[in-house]
Design a protein around this ligand. Structure first.
Ligand code: AMP
Length: 538
């Protein structure tokens, strides 16, 4: 017996129509490349997104074609987020921090038909262009006439009539795609369906997710070219929140200025962004009032407990730790304090919040060790596997990566985690970063997060180095704060109360900077290369 309900497709088009009809006066704001601020209403945004859909149809872009963006977070990028899927094409966000060769590989692999590129990023595009074949190039934010062969976004939008009668795509059709740039092998494309992004948006809007509300002002610091800016653009538009985008200015001063000026209440970004903001606030005591911010979501790499405590104790700002992946659109878990801990001590609460949290509804988890699935005891490490309606089922045209999916339909994340009795996960490492010392696992992430709680330490990354006796031992690469000093002995003594003795690094390297990936995470592969001939102290 089937249910007798409508088979109503779950599409971004429906999210868009809702905003267009209900939240017409809501404001959308962004910072331009020349630092000026632009703002318009949701009605303006919707009309322009429909014009973009018409422009693309006019240029011969067909349903299913990939349309790339190479752009910062701003209004036209938001128009692309909806205008492209609205006419049935696939929004393909390109990471502007990648090397031109890597971008060329991605553009060719995705076979992009058109690209929307910021004027300020044309020098990067010019390096990619000779290696690819993209017939339609549209320049956003042009301040001077565009070169031959290029089209200009504003001129096209001005000429077009909004496309009104677009048929809704099939909910299983691709709406967007994003390449994940792991540290090994070529980037892999994740192809999001309308259905996956719509359900992900519902998950994001729950209080157990990021809890966006209509009376919020949402500012994603996380770039719109990285994992759909964590779904915040879709969430804010669906719920009718005011939406603010920082453009290319992600430095602490510009962000704090925008937070205050636009009365931001909810934001999200990677830990390095918030470390910078914290240092900026500390350097300007009493100068800024950020009390309207009710939630700062932080993910992309593990958040040191010291960062959560510092923001809360010094500025009353609440960091919420989330774990996700491009392959999960990206939301997997969020660390909201469970009610059972309401009366726990501050120390227990902070320690809990430094974990990655419990899975969103419909995201199912398990972890596998060498001897099969591991118990949920908060101690046994295993590779995290997930499944759910917004989890990739395969990579785009990459049969060689089929081993990332299990035979019974789970995605192997490559993250090593422990799972508590109540399903709270704690990410211990990427599988390739885990340190195996004398046959026992050591979590580099746990050591790094603890080291970053030392008052003299600005940043720390822990990697395995060769040891004659133990095969591998941890080495801590440490960046000291300006003017601060610490000895290896002091750092080891600082860690000692928190870890088993065999976890404690004997080897410390004081470095000027930790290499970073395009997403601002520590690039441990490069650090491992630097220390590949290093022999651990015995
Ligand atoms: P990406 O697909 O670029 O977003 O990277 C996903 C990877 O980032 C995950 O597989 C994790 O290794 C890491 N990651 C994301 N969020 C967290 C977090 N909260 N704590 C630790 N690692 C994280």
């Amino acid at each position: 017996m089937n249910g007798l309900m409508m088979d109503f497709p779950l599409t971004l088009s429906a999210i868009f129509r809702r905003a267009e009809s209900i939240f017409r006066r809501q404001e959308i704001v962004w910072r331009n490349a020349d630092r000026s601020i632009s703002r318009y209403t949701c009605a303006d945004f919707a009309a322009r997104a429909r014009r973009l859909a018409a422009v693309l149809l006019d240029l011969g872009v067909a349903r299913g074609d990939r349309v790339a963006t190479l752009a910062w977070n701003h209004g036209p990028h938001l128009e692309a987020y909806f205008g492209i899927p609205l006419m049935g094409a696939v929004l393909h966000t390109l990471n502007l921090r990648l090397h031109p060769d890597e971008l060329a590989y991605i553009v060719n692999h995705a076979d992009d038909r058109a690209i929307l590129v910021d004027e300020s990023l044309l020098p990067l595009w010019e390096q990619v262009k000779p290696k690819v074949n993209v017939p339609i190039v549209i320049v956003i934010g042009a301040t001077k006439p565009v070169a031959d062969g290029y089209l200009e976004y504003e001129a096209l939008i001005a000429k077009a009539q909004p496309a009104l009668d677009l048929p809704d795509p099939d909910e299983r059709a691709a709406a967007a795609m994003c390449y994940t740039t792991g540290t090994t092998g070529n980037p892999k494309g994740v192809m999001y369906s309308h259905r996956a992004l719509t359900l992900h948006t519902f998950g994001l809007l729950l209080d157990a997710g990021m809890g966006l509300r209509e009376n919020d002002t949402v500012l994603p610091v996380v770039p719109m070219f990285h994992a759909n800016a964590w779904g915040m653009p879709f969430g804010a538009i669906m719920v009718g929140a005011k939406f603010v985008m920082p453009g290319p200015y992600l430095d602490p001063a510009s962000l704090v200025d925008l937070f205050i000026r636009e009365r931001v209440t909810l934001t999200g970004g990677v830990p390095t962004i918030w470390m910078g903001v914290l240092q900026y606030l500390d350097a300007n005591p009493g100068k800024f009032d950020l009390s309207l911010i009710r939630a700062m979501y932080v993910g992309g790499s593990a958040v040191p407990q010291a960062l959560i405590e510092a923001f809360e104790k010094r500025y009353g700002l609440r960091i919420l730790h989330a774990w996700g992946m491009t392959e999960l659109a990206p939301l997997g878990t969020v660390s909201h304090l469970p009610p059972a801990l309401d009366d726990a001590s501050d120390a227990v609460k902070f320690a809990y919040r430094a974990k990655q949290g419990r899975p969103s509804p419909f995201v199912e988890i398990r972890a596998r060790g060498e001897d099969g699935l591991v118990p949920w005891d908060g101690k046994t490490m295993g590779e995290l596997e997930v499944r759910g309606p917004w989890v990739a089922s395969s990579y785009y045209n990459r049969d060689d990566a089929a081993d990332r999916f299990t035979d019974d339909g789970w995605f192997r994340t490559g993250d090593i985690a422990t799972i508590d009795e109540d399903a709270t996960i704690q990410i211990q490492d990427r599988s390739k970063d885990l340190i195996k010392s004398g046959g026992e696992w050591i979590s580099s992430v746990a050591l790094e997060c603890a080291l970053m709680g030392h008052p003299a330490v600005a940043e720390a990354a822990v990697i395995p180095v060769t040891s004659a006796k133990w095969i591998e031992r941890p080495l801590a690469a440490v960046v000291l704060k300006p003017g601060a000093s610490a000895t290896p002995q002091e750092l080891k003594a600082f860690l000692a109360p928190q870890f088993a003795k065999f976890w404690l690094p004997d080897d410390y390297a004081f470095v000027a900077a930790i290499p970073r990936t395009s997403a601002g995470k520590f690039k441990k592969s490069e650090l491992r290369d630097q220390f590949k001939d290093y022999q651990a102290a015995e």
